[in-house]
Write a protein that binds this ligand. Structure first.
Ligand SMILES: *Cc1c(COP(=O)(O)O)cnc(C)c1O
Length: 407
């Protein structure tokens, strides 16, 4: 990213980088990440203004410091971190941010450093063992917010988070009662799975929270509905986010908790999916297979391993009259696994040397890149055009004819 400074030392937005098409015109040899700060800002403001509680950004979705700063500037003050490296990263990038260590299985050393060095007071857990670890590592601190992670269904989500974490129904009561003893504030948290396609997922989970509170008869100070808020992808267009917020608010209001209880959520995907896309080049075509210069070991892990579909647009000098057809992609490494089935709809006359923008990679795309086999690139450009899709106020780019953006 280049920016220059004026006489007052203020950064001026780079000139001539207004759209992905303008970047493509330069014919970059390496894949380029196109960053849209305005899209991340819009998503953050939406959650800050409309979610009926506190929005905690789940850092794993995209830990890049430039994004963390945008979210902070847009009013996101709390960050969900899962590892000591994420704790250190956010503490260093946003020294005033509040960190919540929401991985239910932590190294004792990580808890200790988080508590004593970085001021972390909020931790999640799903076993008695983890509770004892937290108590030991913080030397019996009396200022802890402890959130018990309960198991809920992932049936309405595209990516399950139901099998790994969460205390079983039969053990909830004992764990809530024991945690109540150790906690200053007691919370219950859950995660309905990523890309929840219906608000009903949260209604069902809230019913579980209600049952747990009634059974354990404890005072609960925090209800944390986790992440799972969807974004928009081909074949996965969810209802408006307001519908999710409404269901969550209703569920929260119906819980038998104290009037001072807080409602939290932990959006990852929804805050950053629209933030980034990747501009790739076609290096070879073989029938309906395109060999591109980013792939499973780059930003397309989900496209390769769980068949996630991302929107695409062809960017080339000449408009195309060819009809769209379905393509699959091969990434640049020498590995057969580096294959993305799609289908990705592009004009039938795509050929080597063409550029393709792959959209909605801000969440779990850019974050999962590797340098395997010597591929991958750190090139980034800030652009001001709209993302290919948006859940925030019909802001999405107009779809070009035949999926072609003329350069
Ligand atoms: C991954 C994760 C999130 C974010 O999930 P999204 O589906 O990206 O919103 C939030 N909380 C926890 C505990 C997570 O593991």
């Amino acid at each position: 990213m280049h920016s220059h400074h004026n006489a007052l030392g203020l950064a001026i937005a780079p000139i001539g980088t207004a759209s992905g098409a303008e970047i493509a015109k330069r014919r970059p040899v390496q894949p380029v990440t196109l960053l849209r700060p305005h899209a991340a800002r819009r998503a953050a403001r939406f959650f800050v203004e409309k979610f009926p509680g506190k929005s905690i950004y789940a850092v794993k979705a995209n830990p890049s410091p430039d994004l963390l700063e945008i979210l902070w500037d847009s009013g996101i003050t709390h960050y969900d971190v899962a590892s000591i490296a994420e704790v250190r990263l956010v503490a260093r990038t946003l020294p005033e941010a509040t960190l919540c260590f929401m991985h239910p299985v932590k190294a004792e050393e990580a808890i200790e450093e988080a508590y004593f060095t970085h001021g972390v007071r909020t931790f999640s857990l799903d076993t008695m063992d983890e509770l004892q670890k937290i108590v030991r590592a913080t030397r019996g601190a009396n200022d802890l917010n402890l959130c018990v992670r309960i198991r809920v269904s992932s049936d309405h989500s595209k990516l399950s988070l139901a099998s790994k974490f969460g205390v079983e129904t039969g053990e909830v009561k004992d764990l809530l009662m024991a945690t109540r003893q150790a906690a200053d504030a007691l919370g219950i948290c859950f995660h309905v799975g990523s890309q929840a396609m219906t608000p009903a997922a949260y209604a069902e989970a809230m019913a579980r929270v209600r049952a747990a509170i009634v059974e354990a008869a404890v005072t609960v100070d925090i209800v944390d509905v986790g992440g799972g808020f969807p974004s928009s992808y081909p074949g996965m267009e969810p209802p408006p986010l307001e519908a999710y917020f409404e269901v969550i608010h209703k569920g929260f209001e119906n819980l038998p908790i104290s009037y001072s209880a807080e409602l939290w959520c932990e959006p990852g995907r929804a805050l950053c999916a629209e933030y980034a896309s990747v501009l790739v080049r076609v290096e070879k075509r073989r029938g309906d297979e395109l060999y591109i210069n980013d792939g499973a070991y780059g930003a397309l892990f989900d496209a390769a391993h769980i068949g996630w579909r991302f929107p695409v647009q062809l960017m080339r000098e000449e408009a195309s009259d060819a009809k769209d057809m379905a393509f699959s992609f091969y990434g640049p490494t020498c590995d057969d696994l580096d294959h993305m089935t799609g289908p990705f709809m592009l004009p039938a006359d795509v050929s080597a040397g063409d550029y393709i923008e792959i959209g909605m990679l801000g969440a779990y795309g850019c974050a999962m890149r590797t340098g395997f086999n010597g591929f991958g690139s750190d090139l980034k450009e800030i652009v001001e055009d709209e993302p290919m899709a948006s859940l925030y106020g019909g802001a999405a780019r107009e779809v070009a004819r035949n999926n072609v953006v003329k350069l």
